[in-house]
Design a binder for this molecule. Structure first.
Ligand code: ADP
Length: 433
């Protein structure tokens, strides 16, 4: 049974809220995920589709051949190792390639094939004979724009006539130069400048507009407004495509403003289940006692691979020091590392170079390392107010026991607070009065 109830870890008040480096932002998280992802994430849920015109038949494809792509593009897709469309690609690709063009809003967690889908759509859409920019792709950061560009360049490897340009800071064109590249990928501010101030791009000639990571975009000051200003320069016939990993109301309101008459595709996140995870707790009076308990367990940790979660960066570095002192080799994921360094740490851990990874929650949100079979909550997760955060708890331990394998979670529970959890006899509620 779970013991994430009303526990408050020992150091709840000691959270390092001022540590800027600990605040891993959404865009970085997304970038990190892209850097470490090697394959599609598994999702057994059904795709939900809402068509702009509910009377038209719904097309979905099970193969890339059915899309009747240019042979050189199909070759690029296969060269990337894609054998068949992912779940959302099955529905999204025919919509994006349809004639007349259709608008699309698609929501699915990261790793489900959205980037690959719109990259394919853009490559298929452009007419290389026309020497002007035809597709705009807006991305929240420079680094994410480059990641998208990499996918397009890989997929378009056998389409040498199709050219891509990056509208990002530092990439300056001469004033008055008209861009001849078919696809322009960039951040909202620079793309807006290229369309309006510098006139490198004629927005009236854009026939496909892609907004990626809309949730990250609107979380960034100014991006929403800049995207809307680009949008207003486009013609009514321009095909609008918007992608997001999450869908809060704010994202939805934004999506409805920039995507008229949309088809909507949604893929719900796969629920994390605890069916095959054995959960334990160890009562400890302080961090030293937790450390002693951890050392007793250490042999078990290294049989497979383990992740140890601490609440603060300070606690994580204390723990790592102690482990080093005992002669243990561990990997550390900390907010002070750059995204590249974090990706490298995860890669080493994934390759089994280290058996144990110590991390704080902010650093490891969203990352998947499949072979972890044991999770240790050195501190139980709490929210900003210091209340038990069961969602994070579930997500943390949900990473063990994936794909039906047995997993273990060990919770280091502060005995001072453990008193708060009491067994309740529902047959005898007198106790509650
Ligand atoms: P998202 O944009 O939703 O995060 P991506 O398009 O980046 O997802 O895809 C996630 C991973 O899956 C990438 O490594 C990508 O190369 C791979 N991928 C995408 N589509 C397919 C496919 N149809 N078959 C196999 N792998 C795919």
């Amino acid at each position: 049974s779970t013991c994430a109830g009303n526990l408050v870890p020992e150091n709840a008040g000691d959270r390092d809220l001022t540590g800027e480096a600990d605040k891993v932002n959404l865009a970085e998280e997304s970038l990190l995920n892209k850097m470490i992802r090697h394959a599609l994430v598994r999702n057994r849920n059904q795709v939900e589709v809402l068509q702009a015109d509910p009377t038209s038949p719904l097309y979905s494809v099970k193969t890339f051949e059915e899309l009747r792509l240019k042979p050189e593009l199909l070759e690029g897709v296969y060269k990337m190792g894609f054998n068949r469309p992912s779940k959302i690609q099955e529905c999204a690709l025919p919509m994006m390639l349809a004639q007349p063009p259709q608008n699309l809003i698609a929501q699915a967690q990261s790793g489900t094939g959205k980037t690959a889908a719109f990259s394919l759509a853009m490559l298929s859409h452009v007419n290389p004979a026309n020497k002007w920019t035809q597709c705009l792709c807006v991305s929240p950061t420079y680094e994410l724009a480059l990641q998208i560009g990499k996918v397009i360049e890989q997929m378009g490897k056998f389409c040498p006539d199709v050219k891509v340009q990056y509208a990002v800071r530092g990439n300056r064109l001469q004033r008055g130069v008209q861009l001849q590249d078919h696809i322009a990928i960039g951040t909202p501010g620079t793309l807006l400048d290229w369309c309006t101030k510098y006139k490198h791009i004629d927005p009236k000639k854009i026939t496909m507009f892609v907004l990626d990571e809309a949730d990250v975009m609107i979380a960034t000051q100014g991006h929403q407004d800049q995207s809307l200003r680009i949008y207003r320069q486009l013609t009514k016939d321009c095909q609008m495509l918007l992608f997001s990993a999450t869908f809060e109301d704010s994202v939805w309101r934004f999506a409805e403003r920039v995507v008229p008459d949309p088809n909507i595709i949604k893929l719900k996140r796969e629920e994390e289940t605890l069916d095959n995870i054995k959960q334990f707790y160890v009562a400890c009076k302080d961090k030293e006692a937790k450390f002693t308990a951890l050392c007793d367990l250490y042999g078990c940790l290294t049989i497979a691979q383990a992740m140890i979660f601490c609440h603060t960066r300070k606690m994580a570095s204390w723990l790592v020091d102690q482990l080093y002192r005992e002669g243990h080799q561990v990997a550390v994921l900390s907010g002070q590392l750059t995204v590249e360094q974090r990706a490298a740490v995860i890669e080493r851990f994934r390759n089994g170079k280290e058996k144990v990874l110590v991390t704080t929650n902010v650093c490891s949100r969203g990352i998947d390392v499949e072979q972890v079979s044991l999770v240790v909550n050195f501190d139980l997760p709490v929210d900003l107010e210091g209340n038990a955060d069961s969602e994070t708890y579930l997500h943390r331990i949900g990473r063990t026991g994936r794909f039906g394998r047995q997993g273990f979670a060990v919770n280091m529970v502060d005995s001072k607070h453990n008193r708060k959890i009491r067994k309740l006899d529902t047959q005898n509620l007198e106790e509650m009065e």
